[in-house]
Design a protein around this ligand. Structure first.
Ligand SMILES: Cc1ncc(C[n+]2csc(CCOP(=O)(O)OP(=O)(O)O)c2C)c(N)n1
Ligand SMILES: CC(=O)[C@@H](O)[C@H](O)COP(=O)(O)O
Ligand SMILES: [Mg+2]
Length: 618
């Protein structure tokens, strides 16, 4: 099956391989990646794009003495294959299996845990500065994509790096893609460099002349000589973007030419001060479907290699949100939609197609997205910022400072709220109920199912204040339980009457509570099930009734236990001196690993079975 891959178990195994052997190994690795990820799911296109780059890095540098820091880290599978973890790939992103991101606990070669984008230059600079204080000698390389470098943190780090003039190398892996097509002025500038580069110009001339005359050899040597000038003289090319910050720019460099990469990296090692290598790669390289659709093959579930990803007939909650927002926008031309580089993930790609003039993809820039939305609201627009819960953490100060203090009319569509599963601790949206609980002036709601989510979207359109609607990752689902009519702010819903115990479940935990009730009925326990639609404002009237009528109150939330929905109910009970027993069922105060969502719910005690057994114990 593989010519060389079976002999490679650590970076030392490739040190003496020739470029031709490395090219064959690259083919092996691509075959392995497609085969393995098609079985487990994971990030495919980004990894296919960095095979030669990763081989060259491990050929030239001595990891882990030299530090290679991967930005986001979704493209670190090749790095993991080369550093002794090839045989664990069938456990990729599974519960207690290999992580899909760099993990310090997994290998000394994983220098720093990543998952959120744009952190690698800050990390690299910190490591390099510590190295210099300790007067140690090793190289620091941060590998960052053209999408991730648009993140504010990366620009802050570049500014500081140029100022400190620290010895470190930045590899800008430019495939002109974020998850979807990359956006922004930086991306446009970098693409213009690629288009105008001598590398491409020479290539075009050679191809043009080569096809016209038979003097191919002569012209071919000329071309390689010109291309070599970037490599041999290693003179920084003009790129104001970085040079103006004191960062020496070299590029564009062919990110699939191992020979060129190794030569350039060896030269970069010898340079003093900050060096940026602009490496051009193709996202999805080597697998036809991924080359043609790098966005669809960015993050994949299991698929058939021959057929490729087949369209699924189930609709995601995000698509339902996108459809509803499009529908609402037909009647309200003040609605504008904002995403931070996640149009397809949040369903806003539907909005972009319907109302391109009222749609903004700001790049991987959540802080900017929040305050940009506040600016839009200032002038009477009705901005909807759709963002994953975990990534909204990046814009937390902006939520307080720019939206809530002056009650700007911004609605946050918080997608991937709660545990997300295979992406693990850097991606679980398990803090938003807590981090919003303490912010004044914002209404926070969570629907029991997708139909109620649409009703909440309709309600948000009538409100003129900060609003957040949080909903989980996954396919649209419909409980057909309880009522589905216009929602009143702060009103919970009694879904099923019972006795002795009142269960207040919020958001997707209503479904788990109803399933748990089915199990409890077998033990003659018949709890009342309340759909606590709002983290805040609370339904105080109903809470007073519940605390008078029931001896035990149970709260359930797909969120960390500290400071979330349950703690809000606890405060109500304490503040009103009710003598009721309270049980908060939530994610305990620790970070939760990756794994499929059902095994995680089981592990943290949020599965309906765990809920039922906890309530039985009460
Ligand atoms: C703060 C943050 N926002 C959004 C994401 C989601 N995300 C993961 S990878 C990615 C695109 C990264 O593009 P690029 O850096 O160019 O890497 P490529 O996949 O093209 O190699 C995005 C937006 C994230 N990981 N972190
Ligand atoms: C690496 C990254 O942050 C994204 O690719 C993320 O993994 C997408 O998550 P979903 O699969 O939930 O859209
Ligand atoms: Mg990219």
């Amino acid at each position: 099956m593989y010519k060389y891959l079976d002999k490679v178990n650590c970076p030392e195994d490739i040190k003496n391989m020739t470029n031709e052997e490395l090219d064959i190994l690259a083919k092996d690795i691509r075959k392995f990646l497609v085969k393995s990820v098609s079985k487990t799911g994971g990030h495919l296109a980004s990894n296919l794009g960095v095979v030669e780059l990763t081989l060259a890095l491990h050929k030239v540098f001595e990891s882990p003495k030299d530090k290679i820091v991967w930005d986001v880290g979704h493209q670190s599978y090749v790095h993991k294959i080369l550093t002794g973890r090839k045989d664990s790939f069938e456990t990729l992103r599974q519960f207690e299996g290999l992580s899909g991101f760099p993990k310090e606990i997994e290998s000394p070669h994983d220098i720093f845990d990543t998952g959120h984008s744009s952190t690698s230059i800050s990390v690299g600079l910190g490591i390099a500065c510590a190295r210099d204080i300790k007067k140690e000698k090793f190289d620091v390389v941060s590998v960052i994509g053209d999408g991730s470098i648009t993140g504010g943190m990366a620009l802050e780090a570049l500014n500081n790096l140029g100022y400190l003039n620290t010895d470190m190398i930045i590899i800008l892996n430019d495939n002109e893609m974020s998850i979807d097509k990359n956006v922004g002025a930086m991306s446009r500038h970098l693409s213009s460099i690629i288009r105008n580069s001598t590398m491409n110009k020479v290539k075009d001339e050679v191809e043009k002349i080569f096809t016209v005359t038979s003097a191919g050899n002569l012209i071919y040597k000329t071309a390689s000589k010109v291309k070599d000038s970037i490599v041999s003289q290693f003179t920084p090319q003009q790129c104001e973007l970085f040079e103006s910050m004191g960062i020496k720019y070299y590029g564009p460099i062919d990110g699939h030419n191992i020979k060129e990469l190794i030569e350039i990296l060896n030269k970069a090692k010898k340079k003093r001060g900050p060096v940026l290598l602009h490496v051009i790669t193709k996202k999805g390289k080597g697998y036809k479907y991924a080359e043609e659709h790098p966005d669809k093959y960015h993050g994949v579930s299991k698929f058939d290699i021959k057929e490729g990803i087949q369209p699924s007939n189930s609709k995601s909650i995000s698509v339902a949100v996108g459809e509803k927002l499009v529908q609402m926008s037909a009647k309200d031309d003040k609605i504008v939609a904002i995403t931070a580089a996640m149009p397809s993930g949040t369903g806003l790609d539907l909005f972009q197609r319907a109302y391109p003039e009222r749609y903004y993809d700001v790049g991987i820039a959540e802080q900017h997205a929040v305050t940009f939305s506040a600016g839009l609201a200032k002038e009477g627009m009705k901005p909807y910022f759709a963002v994953y819960s975990t990534f909204l953490q990046r814009g937390y100060d902006q939520i307080i400072h720019d939206v809530c203090i002056t009650k700007k009319n911004v609605t946050f569509l918080i997608d991937r709220a709660g545990l997300v599963g295979n992406d693990g601790e850097t991606h679980h949206g398990m803090f938003d109920l807590s981090y919003l609980n303490i912010v004044p002036n914002i209404t926070v709601m969570a629907p029991k199912d997708t139909q109620e989510l649409e009703l909440m979207l309709e309600l948000s359109a009538e409100l003129n204040e900060p609003v957040a609607i949080r909903y989980p990752r996954g396919n649209a689902y419909y409980l057909n339980k309880g009522e589905y009519k216009k929602i009143e702010v702060g009103k919970y819903e009694i879904i099923e009457e019972g006795k002795d115990i009142a269960i207040l479940a919020i958001g997707n935990m209503v479904k788990h509570a109803l399933e748990a009730k089915e199990m409890l009925l077998e033990d003659n326990i018949n709890p009342t099930i309340i759909n606590a639609r709002f983290l805040k404002p609370m339904d105080e009237k109903l809470l007073h009734e519940l605390c008078t009528k029931y001896k035990t109150i149970v709260t359930i939330e797909d969120n960390i236990i500290s400071g979330g929905f349950g703690s809000r109910i606890n405060n109500f009970i304490i503040d009103n001196n009710y003598n009721v027993k309270v049980e908060n069922i939530a994610v305990s105060e620790k970070f939760i690993d990756h794994g499929n969502i059902d095994s995680l719910y089981e592990a943290v005690g949020l599965s309906s079975k765990c809920i039922a057994s906890k309530i039985k114990k009460i």
